[in-house]
Design a protein around this ligand. Structure first.
Ligand SMILES: [Fe+2]
Ligand SMILES: [Fe+2]
Length: 258
């Protein structure tokens, strides 16, 4: 995808499309956009806003740096396939966005923030690999017997580390909260819609075959989080299966970028 952005002829629209497909690129772009916009006291959760704030040249350099900084699979101790991680993140983003569109309060939701939170929700897994790879490896081994989040210690869970990364990147507070609580939205005093959407989308993505790790147990569904969305289980099934075809389309687009 970085190669596509290196194309001097790339349009602004294509650059936005590329950034929207990759958690690593999106995280970096929002980080830089938010560090700039902090001076004007407003946070950026949309790629379109980030692009208009930074401009095409800056977006291209931010993304190429992010791909240089993030090592390839062979150079790190990441004990799962990055390809599967990417597909899982993308599935959660697509399903999150579809859930938001089904909700009665759709018009009050920032769907760009919903998509971004879905794409970035498991960022902590990658971050944890660079500081405590042995803990991630242990969870990967155990996650065929119990859900990944239940194999982790509270001190070093990927959701907590993801929340710290989001804070360091100065991402909008609701995106940071959604990342931090995506496995237990109802633990919060104030049950947030964004964390509930991402949580339900994460469970749905696992059920329709987009788990990060092969044979990974499905994470338990937080019933309060699901009921606060006001959608039916049947609607969720339809959303999840239609996400399958959308992701296949995206995959073929990505093949063209390679
Ligand atoms: Fe997770
Ligand atoms: Fe996940």
């Amino acid at each position: 995808m970085a190669a596509k952005l290196a194309d001097p002829e790339i349009s602004l629209g294509d650059a936005v499309a590329v950034v929207k497909l990759d958690p690593c690129s999106l995280g970096r772009v929002l980080k830089v956009a938010n560090s700039i916009s902090k001076r004007s006291h407003c946070s950026v959760s949309s790629v379109d806003n980030a692009v208009s704030l930074l401009g095409l040249t800056k977006i291209k350099s931010v993304v190429s740096i992010s791909h240089t900084v993030v090592p390839s699979q062979n150079e790190t101790e990441i004990p799962f396939a990055l390809e599967r991680f990417w597909k899982h993140s993308l599935a959660v983003a697509v399903i999150s966005e579809s859930i938001a569109k089904q909700m009665i309060r759709y018009k009050t939701l920032d769907t760009e923030a919903v998509y971004a939170a879905g794409l970035l929700h498991d960022t902590g897994k990658i971050a944890l690999c660079s500081v405590k790879p042995e803990l991630v490896t242990k969870s990967v081994i155990k996650c065929s017997e119990k859900p990944f989040c239940e194999t982790e210690s509270e001190q070093y869970s990927h959701s907590m580390v993801g929340g710290m990364v989001a804070a360091a990147w100065k991402l909008p507070k609701d995106i940071k909260t959604a990342i931090e609580y995506h496995h237990a939205p109802s633990v919060q005093d104030d049950l947030g819609y964004l964390s509930s959407i991402v949580h339900v989308a994460d469970v749905a993505a696992h059920i329709v075959g987009f788990a990060t790790i092969e044979d990974e147990c499905v994470n338990p569904l937080d019933a309060d989080a699901f009921s606060c969305l006001g959608i039916q289980m049947e609607s969720l099934r339809v959303i999840a299966s239609s996400a399958l075809s959308r992701i296949k389309t995206i995959e073929s687009q990505v093949e063209q970028f390679r």
